[in-house]
Write a protein that binds this ligand. Structure first.
Ligand SMILES: CC(C)(C)OC(=O)N[C@@H]1CNC[C@H](C(=O)N(Cc2cccc(Cl)c2Cl)C2CC2)C1
Length: 338
């Protein structure tokens, strides 16, 4: 009998409200890795033991050593990902991957070069993409698809809880096969995924306070558990930041901490519902020795057509709204997070 009745939890660590990751193992005997469960991508990669000696980001992270695993299967096909934020290059291998105690035989990438930016800031070792197969590079079947084909999950869904405060424990939870009532209240509101095969929905507008300011004619919102912040078209975000009196410096937007209490809410109109973020949700208040710093968790990012222009709703949105990703019905559900 399955103690979890067809659901599989993985506790997540919350690093500074910007990186949420959980532990998986690869190989036999198990080699442990911390990975971001990223709905914005669909591949699994971890740093490789055969990393180039010049890749600093590799040596500060756990590395997979295929020579130490008796379930490793050679593949060797080349692999590379160009993120907006950095690049990784490597080659494919196959081995047993264990997520929440569930083993799957999985093709994944061993990264032999990781761009220093931004991976030297990463507390996690790698990325486990939770996106649809058609987003997967090299046409590799993603981990969640391999798990669904075992027909052991109660429902073909997974849900994500991100805590809002690094001091809470756990920092979050990935639940395969269902939703976890410990982490949400009220009912779910569902939105059909816009384009088959991506975790994105149609957004009907973005309001600041009571005033509709952006996306009034409709736009695309990507629900991306692997992004720290909310991003929108650079012009829209800079107008939004001007409205709340935020200044842009080399690390992002900041506001004077004295003004935080008076900041307006920002509301996202999704599927007939209003999803409101208050300053509590979109300001990260950091007390530093030279005084408090108040970071605004919005970034401008212009994604070129045909994909863009898009808004990306990342960790700070998900921390407020518990999210269910439903592969059976191709829809996303939101409920108020506890
Ligand atoms: C087109 C395609 C390549 C599939 O696009 C993507 O994969 N798009 C990914 C979408 N989700 C966020 C991913 C990302 O930016 N990072 C880097 C990152 C994020 C937060 C904090 C840190 Cl420190 C870092 Cl390094 C990966 C860790 C998830 C890119």
């Amino acid at each position: 009998a399955d103690p979890n009745n067809g659901t599989v939890p993985t506790p997540l660590t919350n690093y500074l409200d910007t990186q949420y990751f959980g532990e998986i193992s690869i190989g036999s005997p198990a080699q442990m890795f911390n990975v971001v469960f990223d709905t914005g991508s669909a591949n699994l990669w971890v740093p490789s033991q055969s990393c180039s000696p010049f890749s600093t980001a590799c040596f500060t992270h756990n590395r997979y050593d295929s020579s130490q695993s008796h379930t490793h299967v050679e593949n060797g096909t080349g692999f590379s990902i160009n993120y907006a934020s950095g690049t990784i290059r490597g080659f494919l291998s196959e081995d047993v991957v264990v997520v929440g105690g569930l083993p799957v035989v999985q093709v994944f990438a061993e990264a032999t070069s990781l761009s220093a930016m931004p991976f030297i800031f990463a507390k996690f070792d790698g990325v486990l993409g939770m996106g649809y197969p058609n987003v997967a590079i090299d046409g590799i079947t993603p981990v969640f698809d391999q798990i669904m084909s075992q027909h052991i999950l109660k429902e073909e869904v997974f849900s994500i809880y991100y805590s809002r405060d690094p001091k809470h424990s756990p920092g979050g939870e990935l639940l395969l096969g269902g939703t976890d009532p410990n982490y949400y209240t009220g009912n779910f509101n569902y939105l059909e995924t816009r384009e088959m095969g991506k975790w994105e929905v149609t957004m009907k507008g973005v309001a600041v306070g009571v005033e509709m300011m952006f996306c009034a004619e409709g736009c695309t919102a990507v629900i991306d558990t692997g992004s720290s912040y909310i991003t929108g078209p650079a012009s829209s975000v800079s107008m939004l930041m001007k409205t709340i009196g935020a200044q842009l410096d080399e690390t992002g937007y900041k506001v004077n901490c004295e003004t935080v209490k008076m900041l307006p809410s920002v509301t996202f109109h999704l599927g007939g519902q209003d999803y409101c973020l208050t300053h509590e949700d979109y300001i990260i208040w950091q007390s530093q020795f030279e005084g408090d710093v108040c970071i605004v968790t919005f970034r401008g990012l212009d994604v070129p057509p045909p994909t863009g222009p898009i808004w990306i709703l990342g960790a700070n949105f998900i921390a407020r709204y518990y999210t269910e990703f439903d592969r059976r019905n191709n829809r996303i559900g939101f409920a108020a997070a506890v």
